[in-house]
Design a protein around this ligand. Sequence first.
Ligand code: EPZ
Length: 441
Amino acid sequence: MKFMLTGGRPLKGSVDVSGAKNAVLPIMAAAMLTGDEVVLEDVPDLLDVTTMRGVLEMMGARIERAGHSLRIQAPAVLDIEAPYELISKMRASIVIMGPVLRRAGHIRIPPPGGCAIGSRPINWHLKGLEALGARITMDHGFLDARAERLRGARIYLDFPSVGATENIMMAAVCAEGDTILENAAQEPEIVDLANFLNEMGGRIRGAGTSVIQIKGVKTLTGTTHCIIPDRIEAGSFILMAAACGGDVLVRNVIPAHLASLLAKLQEMGVSFQEEDDGIRIWGDGRLRAVDIKTQTHPGFPTDLQAPALALLTRAEGTSVITETVFENRFMHVEELRRMGADIRIEGRSAIVCGQERLSAATLTASDLRAGAALVLAALTAEGTSEIRNVHHIDRGYEGMELKLRGLGAAIRRAPDGEQPGGEAAAPAAAERGARLCLLPR
Ligand code: EPZ
């Protein structure tokens, strides 16, 4: 599927941000730590949620979805081998290692491998689980991890890895004794996971700081938990509103989660204000060039680097964007250049010379955040752009085209076979199904 998008319109109205993809995925995995029923609210309708649901169901969980609520119950881990075809689709599923290791004492999982933005090793995940008592070997292409008992330990992370922090927290929450995790990731999604585990009876302190203290407990019970808003989806819409001009209220936002983005918007000269239920952005789309360097939280989030870079192709002046978290996260630059953007890469930095307007083009999304960057660029470009491989966007943005249409954008989803301006080729049945419902009801 692709998006057809005609640019040049201001955005007006309000848009609701969904629950956070990067919070709900580890929390769904954490639900495997108890045999009780867990209810999650504000669960976004995303391909990645569907994939994680498939992984957990194949390992023994019963999961029902009703709107944005998910009921999960894992009476027992029926199969300790994670399904290869699903793990390879979504590397984030590696976070089931901690919970299943704790629950079943054994898990076999294929190493998730790399993706468009980098090689994505998991060495710090494995080092942390081994420190807690796991024995991990490679067996016929599967990581084979066993642990009759998990014991608390003092663990130092060489880098504040989000996934490694989550895996270690979920393995340590029911370990025997206390765990101290130093140089831990501080992202809001870590705090949401820790809050969820504490609601289940866990004893975790310090989440959101670089030192997390975990007192092991014997069992965890079911709970109902509301997922935090998705700060990256919110930031993506805020950047789109700044790029197009108009007057947009982005609702269901926790401003403290976006402090670094808001500080950069101020430097750019973008008009915005915090309101009771969100952040309002207005203006004529003009903005000043700024320098951005991605960092771990609370620094500027790497997941907003691509849309921010696309915005800065329109700024007055030259911006330098430096990506310090992933080694290959400038895949969107080549596509933006095809729209006329003036960008050159030097090492880990992109130097962007801003200009008045980009021109529409046929574009290809390489990953979900690069896809968001291409949508932002197409919204401001002269003419009608096609953005292909929108399944990448569907992994992390719930109904992006519907939300943007609600703001007045001229965007629609179309089958790949549709010619620009021509009739839509009859979509295959599978495509029709894919278009109407991302999740099995
Ligand atoms: C999480 O990925 C997010 N994904 C990413 O969001 C996000 O970009 C990233 O954190 C950084 O904030 C989810 O939460 C599902 P890391 P994760 O471990 O956990 C290297 C999106 O667009 N590393 O903090 O994989 C790694 O290669 C996605 O929503 C090791 O070398 O990120 C990377 O360069 C993309 N060894 C850096 O650390 C390890 O054992 C940060 O990775 C682990 C990581």
